[in-house]
Design a protein around this ligand. Structure first.
Ligand code: ADP
Ligand code: ASP
Ligand code: MG
Length: 433
C-alpha cells in the first residue's frame, strides 16, 4: 500500500500502447496504482505509427485538405486506444470508462492541428474518480468553438500532444503527480538511442527541460513542459516496459522535472544535456543590399505567412566603391515550411532585392543546454573547438542564456552529439542496457 493515497495522472505513449499485449501490460500498471489506493486518470496516445498513417491518408486524399477534417481523422487513433484500455481494465476487474475530448469536454483554441488547451471541465472526472472508477482519456484531442461561429469541432494539439493533454488534466484535477510512461526509463543527458553512454538524470529543471524539448529532445512535447512549469505540475518520466516487480511510481524511479530550488549544488552540472534536430532547413539570400530596413524586408513576409525563423546570420558586407555594400543573409525555418518560405520570399523578391535564393535541407541543429552556463564562460568555445577538431564545419550559431546551438551537415549529427557528450564529461562509465 502507498503511504498516502494520491490522485495521479498516468500517460502512456504510442509504443506503450502498440498492440493488445502492450495494452494489457498498461492495464496491469494502472491496476497496481488503483490497488495501492490511488485515484487514477489515464491519458493515452494512439498506437505507434497510427497517427502517421492517418496523416498520410489526409495528404493522399488532397494536398489542400481542410484542417478541421484533418483533425477528425488524426484524432481517431486515440479514440481506439482509450476504448481498448477501458476494455482491458474492465477485464481485470478495474472499473473504467473512456471520456473523449468532446465528452469531458477539453476546450481548446480553434487553431486546428496545433490547438491550445484552454479549459478542462473536471466535473465528470471528479465524480468518476471519487467513485473509484478509472477515467481513460484520449490524448492529443479537444473540442473548439471557432471564431466563424462553428461549434463543437474536434481539434488536435500538434504532434506529440498527448504529453500536454496529460499535464493539462493533472493541472485541472490538481493531481499529486503526472507520470509520463514511455519507452525509455527517464530523461537522459542525450538521446540514449544515439549515445549508449548517455546518463539518466534523476532531476531536470523545468527551464532546462523546456529548452531541451524545444531544440529536439522529443521525450516530452515542449508545450507540456511549459504548462507544467506554469501550473506547477510534478512530472515524472519513466518506463512502461517493466514487469510486475518494477518499483512503484511513487518511489520516483524515473526522472523528475522540478523547480530550480529542488536541485542542490552537488547535483548541479554545467551542461545538463545535448539535443539534435534534423527538422530545420537553411535558406541563404545572396547580395542583399546592406541598408537599413533590408533585413526587415526579408522577415516580414515570413512572419506574415506564420513561419518561425530560428537561427539567423548576416555575413560581412562586400563594399564596392561609391555604392552601398551588399551582404548574404542565412537563416533556418522548419523544414515543413520550406516550400511556403521560398514562395513568400520569391513573391517579395523585388522589395527585398536579393540576387539568389539557395536552400539546403541536409542540415542538423545540435544544442547544448545547461543552467550552469549562466555563470560559467567557455561553454560555447569548447563546443566550437571540439567540433573543429573533428573537422565538423559550423554553418550557423545561435545562443540563449542557457543554450548554445550550431547548424552542421546532417550526416555529421551522430558524430557531433557523441564527441560533445564526451567533451562535456557527460559519458557514463558503462553503456545503458
Ligand atoms: P512516446 O511515444 O512514449 O510519447 P516518444 O518517442 O515521443 O515516446 O519519446 C521517447 C523517445 O524520446 C525515446 O525513445 C528517445 O529515443 C527520445 N529521446 C530524445 N532525447 C531524449 C533524452 N534526452 N532522454 C530520453 N529520451 C530521449
Ligand atoms: N498520437 C499523437 C502523435 O503521434 C500524439 C502523441 O502520441 O502524443 O503525435
Ligand atoms: Mg511523445
Amino acid at each position: 500500500m502507498a503511504a498516502t493515497p494520491a490522485r495521479i495522472v498516468m500517460k502512456f505513449g504510442g509504443t506503450s500502447m502498440a498492440g493488445i499485449e502492450r495494452i494489457r501490460n498498461v492495464a496491469n500498471r494502472v491496476k497496481r496504482e488503483v490497488d495501492a489506493g490511488n485515484q487514477v486518470a489515464v491519458v493515452v496516445s494512439a498506437m505507434a505509427g497510427e497517427t502517421d498513417r492517418l496523416v498520410n491518408f489526409c495528404r493522399e486524399a488532397s494536398s489542400l485538405y481542410d484542417p478541421k477534417e484533418y483533425d477528425v481523422v488524426v484524432s481517431a487513433g486515440e479514440q481506439v486506444t482509450s476504448g481498448l484500455l477501458a476494455i482491458a481494465l474492465q477485464a481485470i476487474g478495474v472499473p473504467a470508462r473512456s471520456w473523449l475530448g468532446w465528452q469531458l469536454p477539453i476546450h481548446t483554441s480553434d487553431a486546428h492541428a496545433s490547438a491550445r488547451i484552454e479549459e478542462i471541465d473536471t466535473a465528470a472526472l471528479d465524480r468518476a474518480l471519487s467513485s473509484g472508477q478509472v477515467a481513460v482519456i484520449p490524448g492529443f484531442q479537444g473540442v473548439a468553438d471557432s471564431a466563424d461561429g462553428e461549434q463543437g469541432r474536434v481539434t488536435t494539439l500538434g504532434r506529440g500532444g498527448s504529453d500536454t493533454s496529460a499535464v493539462a488534466v493533472a493541472a485541472a484535477m490538481k493531481a499529486d503527480r503526472c507520470d509520463i510512461y514511455t519507452d525509455v526509463d527517464g530523461v537522459y543527458t542525450t538521446d540514449p538511442r544515439i549515445v549508449p553512454r548517455a546518463r539518466k538524470l534523476k532531476k531536470v529543471t523545468y527551464e532546462e527541460m523546456l529548452e531541451l524539448a524545444s531544440v529536439g529532445a522529443k521525450v516530452l512535447q515542449t508545450r507540456s513542459v511549459g504548462l507544467a512549469m506554469k501550473e506547477n505540475v510534478r512530472v515524472q518520466v519513466l518506463s512502461s516496459f517493466t514487469g510486475d516487480d518494477a518499483p512503484m511510481a511513487d518511489t520516483l524511479p524515473g526522472t523528475m522535472i522540478v523547480g530550480e530550488e529542488e536541485i542542490d549544488d552537488m547535483e548541479r552540472q554545467l551542461i545538463t544535456g545535448i539535443a539534435h534536430d534534423k527538422n530545420e532547413a537553411k535558406i541563404t539570400l545572396t547580395n542583399v543590399s546592406d541598408t537599413p530596413g533590408s533585413v526587415a524586408a526579408i522577415f516580414a513576409p515570413l512572419a506574415k505567412a506564420n513561419i518561425n525563423v530560428d537561427m539567423i546570420i548576416q555575413n560581412i558586407a562586400h563594399q564596392s566603391a561609391g555604392r552601398a555594400g551588399s551582404t548574404d543573409v542565412t537563416f533556418t525555418v522548419p523544414a515543413v515550411d520550406l516550400a511556403r518560405s521560398i514562395q513568400a520570399l520569391n513573391e517579395a523578391k523585388e522589395s527585398i532585392g536579393f540576387e539568389e535564393l539557395v536552400h539546403d535541407t541536409r542540415v542538423a541543429k545540435i544544442s547544448v543546454v545547461g543552467v550552469g552556463m549562466k555563470s560559467h564562460a567557455g561553454v560555447a568555445s569548447k563546443m566550437f573547438t571540439t567540433l573543429g577538431e573533428r573537422g565538423i564545419n559550423i554553418q550557423a550559431i545561435s545562443t540563449s542564456e542557457i543554450k548554445v546551438s550550431v547548424l552542421i551537415h546532417e550526416d555529421e549529427t551522430e558524430l557531433a552529439v557523441r564527441v560533445l557528450h564526451t567533451a562535456y564529461g557527460l559519458d557514463a562509465e558503462e553503456a545503458a542496457a
